[in-house]
Design a protein around this ligand. Structure first.
Ligand code: GTP
Ligand code: MG
Length: 429
């Protein structure tokens, strides 16, 4: 990130049907934070109220003239819209305001690009960036030669003749990156396979709620923690330290934010696959944030998209040390009786959370179907010692069993199926 030259940005929100000004104001607060992380200072913020988005300019034509004047007056380097802009809107606004035009998605992609460290994250981000920029390549914009810090946020590029070449190059690069990602995903799958027998707990939540801090407290590690958005991009796996002998793995992963670019979610799929593997989710919430309910809804939506919304979950309200009014905490307790109130930083009630994770691990049940030879009576009898048999069907020489057993006994299940030719899928219940 270029710390010497911080760009000046104007940010714009639009209040339309079913939204209120206060909420849009909160979105703009968050956009300022995103810009700060990306390396820009907000010099002016404004909200326009209108019934519907303007197809040509998003805001009205007259309002875009106002933005052009402000850009001139304040010597702003860019105008950033909180809502997604179509490629045509970008082009029109650029022509009218004579400055770089971006939207929230573009800024988020930029932050991810600067933060990505591992080969996997870098590939995922570049792919998402190119897919996002391809339809938006205009003559003010191209970032093919972009290097972190060299050209600020985005890059003013060559003229139209260069554009076609650029588009071709971008498409070719997209193909290369997609192939690369398949390879990386396969390697990741091998690692995931190795962890199959362990009980996995994934930390999920809005960005900056304290997921990494919680992971550090629960596992005594020192993962990078920062009071900025998207401190974590790669998933990290650590052992939970507890008195039992079962292996419990904690997985810290990327945080979410509202209006997360679609391409980004798609290309981070393999990182998020780790979450799909988890036996238990910790939905971490920053209960000191004025809009934490809104953030919870964003996460619930993401969990649905990842098809893990029915996974066993512990709701963790973090940063209780920052909540001044203690009645707020008792209200929270009433509203979410199943939620746990903690402070990762002050290590308040984190032991209780650990115990709850272990308790869930022991209690949680897995369902599976197995096939046992009828001649193997000893084996058959041993299954009844650790599993509940839900259903039994006899087939020539075999018995098909539907069993249910506590997660703590998963090793027994694996020993059992390791001796068999076909492994059966199981799912946590
Ligand atoms: N006061 C207080 N601050 C906390 C607590 N937990 C985390 N923080 C702070 O919140 C900020 C974000 O913490 P992280 O652990 O990086 O949050 P994260 O959810 O991993 O964020 P991303 O990786 O960016 O999504 C840091 O400045 C932490 O020190 C807490 O319980 N109390
Ligand atoms: Mg983090």
């Amino acid at each position: 990130m270029n710390e010497q030259h911080r760009e000046k940005a104007i940010i714009v929100g639009v209040v339309h049907a079913r939204q209120n000004r206060e909420l849009v104001g909160e979105y703009l607060d968050e956009l300022s934070l995103l810009l700060d992380t990306a390396g820009a200072d907000v010099v002016y913020r404004t909200i326009q109220e209108r019934k519907a988005f303007d197809p040509a300019y998003l805001v009205g034509k007259g309002f875009s003239d106002h933005l052009a004047d402000k850009t001139n007056e304040l010597e702003a380097d860019m105008i950033v819209f909180d809502d997604d802009l179509s490629p045509a809107q970008v082009k029109n606004l650029e022509a009218r305001c004579k400055t770089k035009i971006m939207d929230r998605s573009g800024i988020i992609l930029d932050i991810f690009a600067n933060r990505a460290k591992t080969r996997e994250a870098k590939t995922q981000v570049e792919l998402a960036q190119l897919q996002y920029y391809l339809p938006r390549l205009t003559k003010m914009w191209t970032h093919l030669s972009r290097q972190a810090g060299s050209a600020g946020i985005g890059l003013k590029g060559p003229g139209e003749t260069q554009l076609e070449t650029d588009r071709r190059l971008v498409r070719r690069r997209i193909t290369t990156l997609s192939r690369e990602l398949v390879k990386i995903t396969n390697q990741r799958n091998i690692r995931r396979q190795r962890r199959k027998e362990e009980f996995k707990v994934a930390l999920m939540g809005y960005t900056n709620v304290g997921k990494s801090s919680l992971m550090n407290t629960l596992t005594t590690s020192d993962i990078y923690v920062e009071n900025r958005l998207f401190a974590t991009l790669d998933s990290t796996v650590r052992q939970l330290e507890h008195s039992g002998k079962e292996n419990v793995l904690l997985i810290d992963t990327v945080g979410f934010v509202r209006k997360l670019p679609h391409h980004l979610v798609a290309s981070f799929k393999s990182t998020l696959e780790e979450t799909r593997d988890a036996d238990l989710l910790l939905h971490v919430v920053d209960c000191s944030h004025p809009y934490f309910r809104d953030q919870m809804r964003v996460i619930e939506k993401v969990l649905k998209e990842l098809e893990v919304d029915d996974r066993p979950t512990i709701l963790v309200f973090n940063k209780i040390d920052l909540v001044q009014d203690k009645s707020t905490l008792s209200d929270l307790n009433q509203e979410f009786p199943q939620g746990l109130l903690v402070s990762a930083k002050r290590k308040l009630f984190t032991e209780d959370l650990k115990q709850e994770i272990v308790r869930r691990m022991k209690e949680q049940n897995i369902k599976a179907d197995i096939q046992i030879s009828l001649s193997d009576q000893k084996l058959l009898a041993s299954i009844y010692e650790w599993a509940k048999v839900l259903d039994r069907k006899y087939e020539d020489g075999h018995v098909l069993l539907s069993i249910q057993f506590p997660t703590a006994y998963r090793n027994k299940y694996y020993q059992l199926i390791d001796g068999q030719e076909t492994k059966k899928d199981f799912h946590a219940k």
